[in-house]
Design a protein around this ligand. Structure first.
Ligand SMILES: NC(=O)c1ccc[n+]([C@@H]2O[C@H](COP(=O)([O-])OP(=O)(O)OC[C@H]3O[C@@H](n4cnc5c(N)ncnc54)[C@H](OP(=O)(O)O)[C@@H]3O)[C@@H](O)[C@H]2O)c1
Length: 282
């Protein structure tokens, strides 16, 4: 059965596409830039803000992998309308760790509820912070790490997870029965501080990398240079506040139970991406 994957060019979505195609599943890879799709997929143009793209993008897909838009308070309404317009019977939502403990009106929780009330068979995946933010998300961490060796962050711990693990968990859920009405929290094997991350990246790369333990005001000033919308800056500051409050510190067994594998470690990710002779894997 064909799976429609939203955000197919993103850090998580493109690995979900890779995991599904490796398993021989037909994929409709959706993004605003279908030309960027890789592998044996059907690339389709899809824009949350252009409803004329929705039906042609969906085609005959029976199952949907959806993430929705983060820093848009209208995301839940969009997701509800989109699901009502689709013929697919099943939806797997990529939300984020801890969202199920936030109030119903919080934007990401509202997206989860829109999915759960859609009338479709649903599953929610809640990954922790992605390790790939350190090298692939230019403004969250990557640019400053590359240019000055500074890891702009704060205190608190997170169970950083490799997006390939998220993708493998998603593929397991998307290709096997028994997941309807369930939520899974996907984490790495340990809850680490940003200071510990900086130390591992420095030791592995041989470069001087250090934590820049910024106040929320300094962080806002840093993110403001990105030119990204204020809603994105607010969203990021809120996430760092949640890390400080311990919202991402829990480590779960869900990845092991879904895939039978051990979650990838920070050290393994660093060796692949940060070692001087690293060759970039998928
Ligand atoms: N980063 C983390 O640490 C983390 C942790 C837990 C959960 N999450 C969740 O993961 C999601 C982000 O996933 P990611 O990090 O893989 O994303 P990403 O790398 O930031 O990529 C964003 C994706 O969204 C697509 N996109 C952006 N605007 C769009 C629009 N208007 N219409 C259709 N597609 C659009 C982009 O495709 P095009 O540009 O090609 O259109 C791209 O594929 C968020 O919902 C977040 O809550 C992230």
């Amino acid at each position: 059965m064909t799976v429609w994957v939203e955000g197919a060019t993103g850090k998580a979505g493109r690995r979900v596409v890779a995991a599904l195609t490796a398993a021989g599943v037909p994929v409709r890879a959706a993004s605003r830039h279908p030309g960027a799709a890789r592998g044996p997929v059907t690339p389709v143009r899809f824009d949350w803000y252009d409803e004329t793209t929705w039906a042609p993008a969906l085609g005959d897909a029976g199952t949907l992998f959806v993430k929705g838009l983060d820093s848009d308070d209208g995301a839940a309404a969009l997701v509800a309308r989109f699901l009502a317009a689709s013929q697919a019977g099943r939806v797997v939502l990529m939300s984020a760790a801890g969202v199920d403990r936030t109030p119903d009106h919080a934007p990401r929780r509202a997206v989860e509820l829109a999915v759960q009330r859609s009338g479709k068979r649903w599953t929610v995946l809640r990954p922790n912070w992605f390790l790939q933010n350190f090298d692939e998300d230019e403004w969250v961490f990557a640019k400053a790490l590359r240019e000055t060796g500074e890891l702009y962050a704060g205190s608190g711990r997170a169970g950083f997870t490799d997006t390939r693990d998220l993708a493998d968990a998603a593929a397991a859920v998307l290709t096997s029965p028994g997941h309807d009405g369930r939520g899974y929290t996907i984490t790495g094997p340990a809850a680490l501080t940003f200071g510990e991350v900086a130390r591992v990246l420095a030791e592995t790369s041989g470069r001087p990398i250090r934590l820049r333990d910024v106040t929320p005001a300094e962080h806002r000033e840093h993110f403001a240079k990105s030119g990204r919308p204020e809603a994105w800056v607010d969203h990021m500051l809120h996430l760092f506040e949640l890390v400080r409050a311990g919202a991402f510190a829990a480590v779960t067994d869900d990845f092991r139970r879904l895939t039978g594998n051990e979650p990838r470690t920070l050290a393994a990710y660093a060796e692949e991406k940060w070692a001087p002779a690293a060759v970039s894997p998928r």
